[in-house]
Design a protein around this ligand. Sequence first.
Ligand code: HEC
Ligand code: HEC
Length: 280
Amino acid sequence: MTAIRSLRMIALIFGLGPICLASPAAAQFAPPPIPPHSAHPKATPESVSQGKDLFAGTCANCHGIDGSGANGPNIQGVGGTLGPEGLYATIRGGVPGTGMPPFATLDDATIWKIVDYVSSLGHENAGVATGDPKKGKAIYESNGCASCHTIDAEGGDLGPDLSHVGAQRSIVSLEKTLTDPGGNLPLDTSLQERSAYPAYMMYRAVKKDGKAVEGMRVDEDSFTMQLRDSSGHIQSIQKFEVQKIEPEPGKSFMPSYKDKLSATQINDLVAYLSSLGGAQ
Ligand code: HEC
Ligand code: HEC
């Protein structure tokens, strides 16, 4: 523990903290090359309904049949963020370093039908953010978000780097995280690689002396598990010393803002977040 902690201290002193600790986020920005493909045929009611059947068989066990998420994240409204080409690329190539697998063997016609169905999900409130991003930025700054999140290399690292979150997540998904944090984390621990940030999954370890440690799983081997507690410290748990280690699906260090912010404020905050990293 001390070794890890002092390494971290050194990293922080040299300003390398975000690079060392948040490196999984960087992995997301190396998408594999997408093979040449046919143009997107115009969506029709038939293509959407055939896409739904294909989605049910191929994608729904991770994303839910309505795209509201299960072991994978909520993808309602993601069509508004990624567009048809972006969806094609995500399906064909997967999201490297996460639980989203590449679907290399589906043919173009099949993928485009799935794209049409996914684009139809969460349509009413999907597309564009309606709030005021400037007000949202002020809300971000006055609610302690930066104690856990980094934007453009400024802030804490208990939660994921949000510098590009607007390009990565849909409006629906952003809103859901603010009101139901942890909801996008996997329910099934065998799928904990689902996110680019598997380390955000929470665990609770109860030692033989009855003392409990709760934290995000940073690392694990046969004998130890490293949990990062709410103050950011890494605690190394010797497995032979514990009565039990249990995952806490759906739980997150992020507090819910459902009752702390008004609907208008959440709308403004979502508008701010969705503006991040979009214009590259
Ligand atoms: C105590 C630490 C903490 C605070 C405070 C906090 N967050 Fe989080 N946040 C996290 C953690 C941990 C995660 C990852 C797990 C999850 O999704 O619940 C997260 C996830 C997120 C995500 C999802 C990122 C993605 O890639 O999908 C967004 C967006 C977000 N937070 C925004 C905010 C905003 C805005 C605030 C302030 C109003 C805030 N957070 C306050 C810890 C925090
Ligand atoms: C084994 C589980 C699994 C299956 C099957 C799966 N996905 Fe995913 N998907 C994920 C995970 C996990 C992510 C989140 C990756 C990340 O952390 O960015 C994801 C991400 C996505 C995203 C990007 C979401 C965003 O907010 O950027 C889209 C779009 C998507 N999946 C569509 C599909 C479609 C369409 C299918 C079926 C062809 C499918 N997925 C099958 C697990 C899965």
